[in-house]
Design a protein around this ligand. Structure first.
Ligand SMILES: [Zn+2]
Length: 194
């Protein structure tokens, strides 16, 4: 089901030929085959990862209602170009230069969001700490199946998905694509070379 391919390349950070590029192809139900890339420089420690579907995809919005603890194990494919929205929690995560792509499940995504809020809280003032803690408590309840929210993935390249037959899939309009941020993937150049 998966085959691993490793090659060496020049590091974009230190320019030495010590960059280890690992590609693994993973088959995801309701989405198709996805290449999971990781690059790691043995010399300076530069590391990035991203994912990319093998098939060409359309700009897409996935909406998924988390209604029970079972829904939390739903697979997600989150690329570096994905905007994540959880309107019920007031959360929007837009792609930035350090955005990474990964395959996980909704629980893994929520844990990552909790960790980011936690890090922000350490630097924040009392008020921000209080709000952050409230949000983390709600996320914990959500993971335990005691809260219901809608999670939305919008990807102008269509690389991201919430892999479930329960997900609502819609095409993004040109206007909607214009309003999305893109992020910078170190792997996009790779595809052009293929
Ligand atoms: Zn390096």
């Amino acid at each position: 089901m998966s085959n691993e391919n490793i090659e060496c390349d020049y590091c974009p950070s230190c320019n030495k030929k010590s960059l280890r590029v690992t590609n693994i192809v993973i088959s995801i139900p309701y989405f198709g085959e996805v290449i999971d890339f990781t690059i790691l420089c043995n010399s300076c420690g530069y590391k990035r990862s991203d994912i990319m579907p093998i098939e060409i995809k359309e700009p897409t919005r996935y909406s998924f209602h988390i209604e029970s603890a079972c829904d939390i194990s739903t697979r997600i494919i989150k690329s570096s170009t994905c905007t994540i929205r959880i309107p019920d929690l007031g959360i929007t995560i837009e792609p930035g230069p350090l955005s990474e792509g990964y395959i996980s499940n909704l629980e893994g995504l929520l844990q990552r969001i909790s960790n980011v809020i936690n890090m922000g809280m350490r630097m924040g003032k009392d008020e921000e700490r209080k709000n952050g803690q409230e949000l983390i408590d709600r996320i914990t309840k959500l993971i335990e199946g005691q809260e219901k929210v809608c999670v939305i993935f919008e990807d102008p390249l269509g690389y991201s998905a919430i892999a479930s037959d329960k997900a609502i899939i819609e095409s993004l309009s040109e206007e909607e694509i214009k309003n999305l941020k893109f992020g910078e993937s170190p792997f996009e150049i790779k595809r052009d070379n293929c």
